[in-house]
Write a protein that binds this ligand. Sequence first.
Ligand code: SAH
Length: 228
Amino acid sequence: MPKNSANVQVLHDLPINLKVIEAAEATSAPFQTKSGFDLTSLLPHPGLPSSVQRRPASVILIASLIDNPTNLGGLSRIAESFGLEALYIDSLKAVETREFKNTAVTSYKHLDIKELKVHAVPGCLLRFKEEGWEVVGVEQTDRSGILGEDAQGSQEGVVAGDYECAGTLPRKCVLVLGSEKGGITSEILAVVDRCVEIRTVGVTRSLNVQTAGGIALYEWWREWGGRL
Ligand code: SAH
């Protein structure tokens, strides 16, 4: 029997990061670490998806305006990673394409992907609103709040019902993304409750839509992950 088989058994049911710490404590062999490296920093940050394990998150992503299957596959991967309730796309045929699968990997097998045609988006958003969802366009407009900032431009005090929803995200959140070429259409902008914009400083006019979706979803978890 190997010398530290007892340790191995004790460690068996622990999450992987705890195993690392327990293993370090259980053996006299020094861990190979950089100077000053704190092992507890290996633990997941409280409030982020990896630690909360609470799915589905109360977020729905509307990606019907997006054509490019590579982008849709990336959004599927992001949506599944962040535990979304559902992803809406214009045509489920996109899921069958090689480009989609290349970026989505297996995410689409674990995610509720629904078909929502572009022309039906405004009506669908109105129904979500009736059901108590707040609909937020992720878009650069002259009225967008800055993502993560409240009406006063502060990142503090984002307590539900206690802020003037400028760039912070609601708990029950429908996020709408725009098309690669034209962004969110005026018909859809007329229906959303408000828009949020990701602050950038470069010369490039906009972010890739997958990137924008990922940043917005990370922000939702930053705001709500610790309070689910
Ligand atoms: N070419 C379009 C923008 C396309 S970018 C235009 O210039 O109008 C595709 C989508 O990504 C946008 O519709 C929006 O949903 C999202 N996006 C890109 N950059 C963004 C930013 N800085 N803030 C918020 N959303 C952004």
